[in-house]
Design a protein around this ligand. Structure first.
Ligand code: COA
Length: 214
């Protein structure tokens, strides 16, 4: 494996929880990510995402994912960044947890989004990976607010938020893939965060933080 971390520092970042490894998706891992997504993330016709990306035809999904990963990497700057963290469980790629920010230096706010393949859902892994990025954002990046949103019917996502101490932050009506959707916004601060009883292990933080202008 070529070590690209000296050229693109986030490739050196690894977050470890009791059951999961989170690290920026590398090119050689894109097939595993596409395979996980193709195995199914949600009920057909009921996309929980603001863009219904997982409903793309099977032959197109991997291409779209690859282009999305490359676009996010290529566009990263201290003013606007998205860390796409692949989730590894027992040596298998099971999903993705994003952290994103705009004008972080001023706002000290991150947004998050996530998905797990269906076979990995409902076992507490979604909560563990969101807790990991909340810990990383608050304790390492110095964030003061973590925001997220989910369709009002998405009890899995809202369950993770509730369980970690997020507060409800209003409902907005949005067009998700051309469909009207009521989106529940949620907000977490260090004061409301129900911290897990485990410690997050972090490797490669300094070069990543410097690269993000933090
Ligand atoms: C959202 C998602 C990442 C959550 O991960 P998960 O592993 O399934 O959820 P967990 O097992 O960690 O559940 C976490 C909490 O939510 C609660 N929860 C889960 N499903 C629930 C449901 N249907 N109703 C009520 N609560 C629920 C759990 O009880 C748990 O709370 P607790 O620890 O207090 O008991 C995952 O379900 C997923 O990928 N869904 C499809 C994609 C998606 O919706 N992404 C988010 C878009 S906003």
């Amino acid at each position: 494996m070529i070590n690209l971390a000296p050229y693109w520092p986030p490739f050196g970042l690894t977050l470890t929880t009791p059951r999961l490894i989170l690290r920026p998706i590398r090119d050689e891992e894109i097939p595993a990510a596409a395979h996980a997504a193709l195995s199914g993330i949600h009920e057909p016709g009921r996309s929980p995402f603001s863009r219904p990306w997982a409903e793309a035809p099977a032959a197109q999904l991997g291409t779209n994912m690859a282009q999305w990963y490359w676009r996010c990497r290529a566009n990263m700057s201290p003013q606007e960044w998205t860390l796409l963290l692949g989730i590894w469980h027992d040596g298998e790629f099971v999903g993705c947890q994003d952290i994103e920010a705009k004008d972080f230096a001023t706002l000290k706010t991150v947004g998050t989004g996530s998905w797990l393949r269906r076979s990995a859902q409902g076992r507490g892994l979604g909560k563990e990976m969101r807790a990991a990025v909340a810990l990383y954002s608050f304790d390492w990046l110095g964030a003061e607010v973590a925001e997220s949103e989910a369709a009002t019917w998405n009890q899995q996502s809202l369950g993770v938020s509730r369980s970690l101490g997020y507060e409800l932050n209003g409902v907005t009506r949005a067009s998700w893939g051309g469909q009207r959707q009521e989106a529940q916004k949620v907000r977490l601060t260090p004061a409301t965060f129900k911290r897990p009883d485990w410690t997050l292990e972090v490797q490669g933080h300094e070069p990543t933080a410097q690269y993000l202008g933090i």
